[in-house]
Design a protein around this ligand. Structure first.
Ligand SMILES: [Zn+2]
Length: 297
């Protein structure tokens, strides 16, 4: 699933290729891609026709094109959604569910999604409750999403102060999009490893400086991933030109079970966590006694 760096790469591509171009034709194929849009596929296509995207924006994993009528085309990438910029004459790509063609006859925008957990909807823009840098506002469905670590309004001290009050696992807290947005399994595991903290430790067991270090590592690892064009580990993430990111090869623990920890050489483990997995070093990240077992090497 794309996390903050991957969504930012897609956002930057949309800013370069789509913003400022008037939509001539919108095609929405099937109801599934439009299931979050009130009125369904036909209403969504009609709603987009004639509009002009004025900016490409993001908060955490939420991606939207602000439109010239105080609304936004929100793209849910889900597990496998792709926004692709392609010549208008190119045939439909595999799993293409929607496309926009523009009045200037330049490249078209396609939305492809193999597993169709993603989709498009048009929503009103409302005032950002967090006062971030979104002059036109944020989509109405995102007002519960906290600022992400790439935003100027993100306050690491405030998030650290909240983190140390969480009684549940600290990994669950950093995945809570209402506390800090944009973090998913990959960068949570990497930042916890860098901090030397096991994800099953309760937030209350962390000192404030340790919580602050963890947030600093989240910011660093996601910034490094962004420089590499993101992580394509789970295969389906690509930028608007269809290219994969290169951060996979820098991953220390995520997906590295059975391999040596880059810091100490101990064998990286994978353990169940909240219905998914955690990847961690048993020497660098001491596991609390209460944590569930079931490791895979
Ligand atoms: Zn280690």
């Amino acid at each position: 699933m794309p996390e903050l760096p991957e969504v930012e790469v897609v956002r930057a591509g949309l800013a370069d290729h789509v913003v400022g171009r008037r939509i001539a034709v919108a095609e929405v194929r099937g109801e599934r891609v439009a299931r979050r849009h009130a009125g369904g596929a036909a209403a969504l296509a009609e709603r987009l026709t004639g509009r002009t995207p004025t900016s490409a924006e993001r908060r955490g994993k939420f991606l939207w094109l602000a439109l010239d009528d105080a609304s936004a085309l929100v793209t849910h990438l889900g597990m496998s959604g792709q926004m692709l910029v392609l010549p208008p004459d190119d045939p439909a790509v595999r799993h293409e569910h929607a496309r926009l063609d523009f009045e200037d006859e330049g490249p078209s925008l396609r939305f492809a999604d193999q597993r169709t957990f993603g989709g498009w909807s048009v929503e009103p823009l409302v005032t950002d409750p967090f006062g971030g840098d979104h002059p036109g506002g944020v989509p109405a469905s995102t007002t519960h999403i906290a600022p992400d670590p790439f935003e100027a309004v993100f306050d690491a001290e405030v998030v650290a102060a909240r983190l140390v009050t969480r009684r549940g696992p600290v990994k669950r807290a950093v995945l809570d999009q209402g506390l800090v947005s944009g973090v998913g399994n990959i960068y949570a595991d990497e930042a916890l490893w860098r901090t030397g903290v096991h994800g099953e430790r309760p937030g209350t067991a962390l000192t404030r400086p340790a919580a602050r270090r963890l947030i600093g590592h989240l910011q660093d690892v996601m910034a490094e991933a962004l420089e590499q064009g993101g992580t394509s580990f789970d295969a389906l993430y690509v930028n608007v030109n269809g290219a994969s990111g290169y951060f996979d090869r820098r991953l220390a623990v995520y997906g590295q079970q059975g391999r040596p920890c880059p810091r100490c050489g101990a064998t990286v483990l994978r353990s169940p966590f909240d219905g998914r997995s955690s990847h961690w070093c048993p020497a660098c990240q001491t596991r609390p006694r209460h944590a569930p077992k079931g490791d895979v090497r």
